[in-house]
Write a protein that binds this ligand. Structure first.
Ligand SMILES: NC(=O)c1ccc[n+]([C@@H]2O[C@H](COP(=O)([O-])OP(=O)(O)OC[C@H]3O[C@@H](n4cnc5c(N)ncnc54)[C@H](O)[C@@H]3O)[C@@H](O)[C@H]2O)c1
Length: 256
């Protein structure tokens, strides 16, 4: 028996990276995972991989920026399974650059996916969970939401907003059976990170040196914390942010 046997979970942006890792982890604990992904090829491939491993997973094409899309996702899950136990808001993207010339489109896209999208999915899922009187929402924030990091004002503003949403809505729904938590990963080895390295925006060596543990994080080190937080073992944890960053945030004055 897995600790999430019979639970129904939605993971946004689960086509690859941390989201796919979370989907795999929740499936391995017994959940049925709905891969809510913007890119259909990635979403379908993710579900094929999960199914090949013997897991229960379904693809639902979703754009978290759109209220109708977030609503249709939750409606489809509620009508197929009759419930929704776990929502993971993971979808994201990173564009960085100097603020004085930062394109408004890039600002809007990041706020739309990583702040408005989180709000819209929480709102839609919250209606079902509050009605059930039970549920867990876990938002993937970032160390960027916890302090300054030049050239990342849009990304970091969205992530600071996610931590604030977690605290506010977590308290608002705390007496109604719905827990809300966020996880702030440090720099983690994913395609998003590799893309920044390839574009010359980041170097792995600098990230390793900046991290007190001397290395970036691995996807499994994030997903194990996520599994704990959405399980009944974390029943007294709500309206808070959990940092998983190898010490990065604590060592605040160390330059990159
Ligand atoms: N990789 C890191 O170092 C790191 C560190 C801290 C936080 N995070 C956060 O973790 C999350 C996952 O990051 P990752 O590195 O795995 O990224 P990734 O780019 O590998 O994956 C992001 C996924 O989100 C999907 N997506 C994008 N826009 C979407 C939309 N509108 N609707 C639905 N899905 C959409 C993408 O198609 C992709 O599959 C993000 O929220 C990111 O900000 C990552």
């Amino acid at each position: 028996m897995g600790e999430l046997d019979g639970r129904i979970a939605i993971v946004t942006g689960a086509g690859r990276g941390i989201g796919f890792g979370i989907a795999q982890r929740l499936c391995s604990a017994g959940a049925h995972v709905v891969v809510a992904e913007f890119n259909p090829a990635l979403g379908q491939e993710a579900v094929s991989k999960l199914s090949e491993q013997g897991y229960k997973a379904t693809f639902h094409e979703t754009d978290v920026r759109k209220q109708e899309s977030a609503g249709a996702l939750v409606d489809a899950v509620a009508s197929r399974f009759g419930r929704l136990d776990i929502l993971i808001n993971n979808a994201g993207l990173a564009t960085i650059g100097p603020t004085e010339t930062f394109p408004l489109d890039d600002w809007n896209r990041q706020i739309d996916v990583m702040l408005n999208g989180v709000f819209l999915c929480m709102q839609a899922a919250g209606r079902v969970m509050l009605q059930q009187g039970t549920g867990v929402i876990l938002n993937i924030a970032s160390i960027g939401g916890l302090g300054a990091w030049p050239m990342r004002s849009a990304y970091n503003s969205a992530k600071a907003g996610v931590i604030s949403l977690t605290e506010n809505i977590g308290c608002e729904w705390a007496r109604r059976g719905v827990r809300v938590v966020s996880v702030s990963p440090g720099v983690t080895r994913t395609a998003m990170l590799q893309q920044m390295v390839d574009e010359g925006i980041a170097t792995l060596d600098k990230y390793n040196r900046r991290t007190p543990m001397g290395r970036v994080g691995e996807i499994d080190e994030i997903t194990s914390v996520v599994q704990f937080l959405v399980s009944d073992r974390a029943s007294y944890i709500t309206a808070t942010n959990v940092t998983v960053d190898g010490g990065w945030t604590a060592w605040g004055n160390l330059p990159l």
